[in-house]
Design a protein around this ligand. Structure first.
Ligand SMILES: *Cc1c(COP(=O)(O)O)cnc(C)c1O
Length: 405
């Protein structure tokens, strides 16, 4: 609602997030369509040979080829950019394409990267396996303690990378502290902000240089398309990212961009509803016999509640919990669920449960799991848009079923 004191500005940067996500970035065609158009085209026709020349010399600002840019993809990028408050946004085909581009675009042989070891398996592969193959050394640390970041520094450290909250243990990294340390030493800090979503955490405002998303998660939010995004400064784009994306081609399909563009319109409503339900479900789980531990960023008993309070504006919709009885009980619990689905995605409108030790974190092995605190009884729950009472009842019955027989 517009208030009396501030006249509504035509500048989208001055709008509230909800308004930016409905109207931000719109580029209407000559038909004046209400809903954003899907430009499913690889290329663009030039009016003359002179115009083609001017486009390729960057003297004419129009589109050239959808690997570089496309009107639907540009609308998606601009909408997300406004929300994040970043100087620029570049879309990518998947979250992993975004993570890979954000790191490999600026790291080179001889450089060193420090990363928090609690992270998504594929992100861990990029840092632990892929980077060293190209002469980029790495150190994995427990990112919860700022002293570990300091201790891992080397003269050639060029990048910091972390996920916060991390998958699946919901460990948190102090964005401001790590980014400040990075800045002091000329290090670029890249934050994977998937779990918090741009609605509940703004890493750039806390000093991070680059933010990456898997748009596959909350941004689509309805389990349909893969997508990703990198948000950064103009300088990072020109110095590093622009050419990397343009020439290596991890580009987002215009169709997927259109789905995500429309999904952004409902992101605030979905994240708010899922967070409210998650808070209720987490409290319910904490009171159940047979559940030994509940980790939720919105609960006061989260081990890093002080940092969460500082940098997050909501508890999110991810819950990790431990069932007594290890793998056997965790399997029984999952198999007894009627509404919550067994799958490995997250941020979906459908509630989803995963057993990390046998799925997403199977490959890292028992030692790495123990180091991360991923026990055999741990389950990861992504809360969807279903009725909170239905979800609570589904879980209660499943926890009971895991304890009997
Ligand atoms: C899913 C996920 C990714 C990878 O995203 P894709 O779209 O599946 O490639 C990266 N980081 C985190 C934290 C994720 O949850």
């Amino acid at each position: 609602m517009a208030n009396d004191k501030t006249p509504v500005s035509a500048d989208p940067a001055s709008w509230s997030p909800e308004t930016q996500l409905v109207h931000g970035g719109v580029m209407r065609s000559q038909f004046g369509e209400t809903s954003e158009a899907l430009f499913l085209t690889q290329g663009f026709v030039y009016n003359s040979a002179e115009q083609a020349e001017a486009r390729f010399k960057n003297e004419d600002p129009g589109f050239q080829y959808s690997r570089f840019s496309n009107p639907t993809v540009s609308m998606f990028e601009e909408r997300l950019r406004l929300l994040e408050g970043a100087e620029v946004c570049r879309a990518a085909a998947t979250g992993m394409a975004a993570v890979t581009a954000s790191l490999l675009c600026f790291l080179k042989a001889g450089d060193h990267i420090v990363a928090a070891r609690a992270m998504f398996g594929s992100c861990r592969y990029i840092v632990e396996t892929l980077c060293p193959r190209f002469g980029i050394s790495m150190t994995l640390i427990d990112g919860r303690d700022i002293e570990n970041w300091q201790a891992a520094l080397r003269p050639n450290t060029r990048g910091f990378f972390f996920e916060t909250p991390a998958n699946p243990t919901l460990d948190v990294v102090d964005i401001a502290a790590v980014s400040a340390l990075g800045r002091e030493h000329g290090i670029i800090t890249v934050v994977d902000n998937v779990f918090a979503t741009p609605m509940q955490q703004r890493p750039l405002a806390y000093g991070a240089d680059v933010v990456v998303y898997s748009a596959t998660k909350h941004i689509d939010g309805q389990g349909r398309c893969l997508g990703g995004a990198v948000l950064c400064s103009e300088k990072f784009l020109t110095d590093h990212l622009q050419d990397f994306i343009r020439q290596t081609g991890p580009s987002l399909s215009p169709f997927n961009a259109w789905v995500m563009l429309k999904s952004l319109e409902t992101l605030p409503i979905r994240v708010r509803a899922q967070t409210e339900t998650a808070a209720r479900v987490a409290d319910g789980l904490a009171g159940m016999t047979g559940i030994s531990r509940v980790i939720y960023c919105g609960r006061a008993d989260h081990p890093q509640a002080d940092i969460i309070k500082k940098q997050m504006t909501g508890g999110g919709q991810m819950i990790a919990f431990e069932v007594e009885g290890g793998k056997e009980a965790a399997f029984k619990l999952q198999n007894a669920l009627k509404i919550i689905k067994i799958s490995n995605n997250l941020g979906d409108s459908k509630s989803i449960i995963t057993h990390p030790p046998t799925t997403t974190h199977y490959r890292i092995g028992p030692e790495a799991r123990a180091e991360l605190g991923i026990t055999d009884g741990m389950l990861r729950l992504s809360i969807g848009l279903e009725n909170a009472d239905d979800l609570a009842a589904d879980l209660e019955a499943a926890v009971k079923a895991a304890r009997t027989s």
